[in-house]
Design a protein around this ligand. Structure first.
Ligand code: NAP
Length: 262
């Protein structure tokens, strides 16, 4: 017997922990999951930004809480997961979205910046997934992990200079496949979104220098991402509509990776 698609996409009664949820892509994904009915716990470092983001979502009728923490610190990760379990009861959906970048030619890239990017973009994704898996998803034999990679993790680039970032996102891509292979037996799906260019605090400098029109012109669809473009893909991975999908990387990039490979 089949299930109506509205039911498959409904997240009523589900809970979601979203890292880097105070703004940008994380907030867009949190909004999508919340609009589909999930209770949301946002986490990032700055309390004031989290408070504002949570108020925005609450004004839209979404049950939202927040906890301030640095995702690249192992002790903070444990704190976030403990708080999430206390406030949400369990975690159905984990969105590993917090990330940072650093622009420098590879020959001059500072080691401190390499460590900062790798610690947040991949080490924290491992720590958070492990903690949430152990505490909630494996015991409950259910869970959805959505990692936010990037098209920078699908190929190299002759235009951009971000060796640590590209390396970290490539690692997120194969972390996703590897964990999907291991945790399928626990009823957990692990997938990744690979966004192309979206306006956010992270990309504000590039957007200002190059301009939305030029950046958009690099994609077959002739545009950059907007405030809605990740919502459908995130909901697919988070909901019963995606229950047979695991270990997949979905580029949401206007077709950039299909034609240029970057
Ligand atoms: N925008 C794009 O075009 C694009 C394209 C591909 C992939 N992505 C990926 O999408 C994700 C979100 O990027 P964005 O563009 O939305 O960037 P953003 O606007 O800079 O948002 C980053 C989020 O991560 C949080 N964060 C940063 N460092 C953190 C840390 N150490 N611990 C916990 N939270 C931390 C930030 O809050 P605090 O600073 O308060 O901690 C913020 O909530 C990243 O993984 C990025 O690589 C973005």
């Amino acid at each position: 017997m089949s299930t109506p698609v509205q039911t498959l996409l409904d997240l009523s009664g589900k809970t979601a922990l979203v890292t880097g949820g105070s703004r940008g892509l994380g907030l867009q994904i949190a909004e999508a999951l919340g609009e589909a009915g999930a209770k949301i716990l946002l986490t990032s470092r700055k309390a004031a930004d989290l408070e504002e983001a949570a108020a925005d979502l609450q004004a839209k009728g979404i049950d939202t809480r927040w906890v301030a923490a640095d995702a690249s610190e192992a002790t903070h990760v444990d704190k976030v997961v403990a708080e999430a379990l206390q406030r949400l009861g369990h975690i159905d959906i984990l969105v590993n979205n917090a990330g940072a970048t650093w622009g420098a030619p590879a020959e001059d890239h500072p080691i401190e910046a390499w460590d900062k990017v790798m610690n947040l973009n991949i080490r924290s994704v491992f720590l958070m997934s492990q903690a949430v898996g152990r505490a909630s998803m494996i015991p409950r034999r259910a869970g959805r992990i959505i990692n936010v990679a990037s098209i920078a993790g699908l190929s190299g680039s002759s235009r951009m200079q971000y060796i640590a970032y590209g390396t970290s996102k490539g690692a997120v891509v194969n972390f996703t496949r590897t964990l999907a292979g291991e945790w399928g037996r626990h009823g957990i799906t692990v997938n990744a979104l690979a966004p192309g260019f979206f306006p956010s605090k992270m990309t504000a400098g590039t957007l200002k220098t190059i301009g939305a029109q030029k950046l958009g012109a690099m994609s077959p669809l002739g545009r950059i991402g907007d405030d809605d473009d990740l919502k459908g893909a995130a909901l697919l991975f988070a909901s019963a509509a995606g229950k047979h999908i695991t270990g997949q990387i979905l580029a949401v990039d206007g077709g950039v990776s299909a034609v240029h490979g970057e």
